[in-house]
Design a protein around this ligand. Structure first.
Ligand SMILES: C[S@@+](CC[C@H](N)C(=O)[O-])C[C@H]1O[C@@H](n2cnc3c(N)ncnc32)[C@H](O)[C@@H]1O
Length: 229
């Protein structure tokens, strides 16, 4: 009997909070521009994308957890190369269609719809590497813990996971009050990420060696975990 692909519902936190940003076909073409992405990240988009992409290698099977505006998915597909395999999973069908368009001409890259907080969206130990770029701050704490747990479980022994996201700035950071307002108005779940120890969200974390670096006065973090082989 043919199997019917399972379609996850768009979570309420996404439709209620971020409809304007990710689910509206009128705003999507305006937001998915390098200039906008660069402005949102205070000119650091290229540097942050590069810092994530350089963690991966040609030939790897790489999972990108959720779509990202700008050229990031193409960068990852080019990093794993023709011998590798990039899979992008996003819960919003409009985002899956958009990233498929952006990945046109790169046969090593595919995208599919799925809820990364659900236990059966990604197979255990199926990937050499997983990249989670600016997803966790847009997700409420319970779903965030589920996503971290599922993504850690998806890394094969010897494989790697990379999180890039917001972080608590140094107290003197000139953007600290501005970012506090941005989070208050537009990103209601972000503040709860800033002091969170991401590995502590999952019981799998003890299987990994962790290294965290911060960038731009502590506003951003890159957290790399390597699963013991
Ligand atoms: C990666 S985050 C934010 C990225 C960044 N702010 C940018 O400029 O694109 C946005 C994506 O996460 C997706 N997303 C949110 N919750 C998800 C979940 N539980 N499973 C899969 N995708 C999810 C949304 O549909 C959206 O496309």
């Amino acid at each position: 009997m043919p199997t019917v692909p399972r379609v996850s519902a768009v979570p309420l936190y996404l439709s209620r909070t971020y409809h304007w940003a990710y689910l509206d076909r009128r705003t999507l073409p305006w937001l998915d521009r390098s200039l906008v992405v660069s402005a949102i990240l205070w000119g650091n988009a290229g540097r942050l994308m590069q810092a994530a992409a350089e963690e991966f290698q040609a030939g790897q099977r790489l999972l990108q957890a959720a779509c990202v505006y700008g050229p990031f998915s193409r960068m990852l597909a080019e990093q794993v190369g023709g011998e590798g395999d990039l899979e992008v999973i996003d819960v919003a069908p409009i985002q899956v269609a958009n990233v498929r368009r952006k990945l046109d001409g790169l046969p090593q890259a595919q995208a599919r719809q799925g809820d990364l907080a659900a236990p059966d969206t990604v197979d255990a130990a199926a990937y050499d590497a997983v990249c989670c770029f600016f997803l966790l701050h847009e997700v409420p704490p319970i779903e965030r813990a589920c996503i971290v747990h599922n993504l850690l479980g998806a890394v094969r022994p010897g494989g790697k996971i990379v999180f890039v996201d917001y972080h608590r700035t140094h107290p003197w950071h000139p953007l600290r009050p501005i970012m506090a307002q941005v989070f208050r108005w537009l990103e209601p779940f972000a503040d709860s990420l800033l002091d969170t120890d991401i590995p502590a969200l999952s019981a799998h974390s003890g299987d990994f060696e962790w290294k965290k670096t911060t960038l731009f006065g502590g506003l951003y973090q890159k957290l790399v975990g390597v699963r013991r082989g």
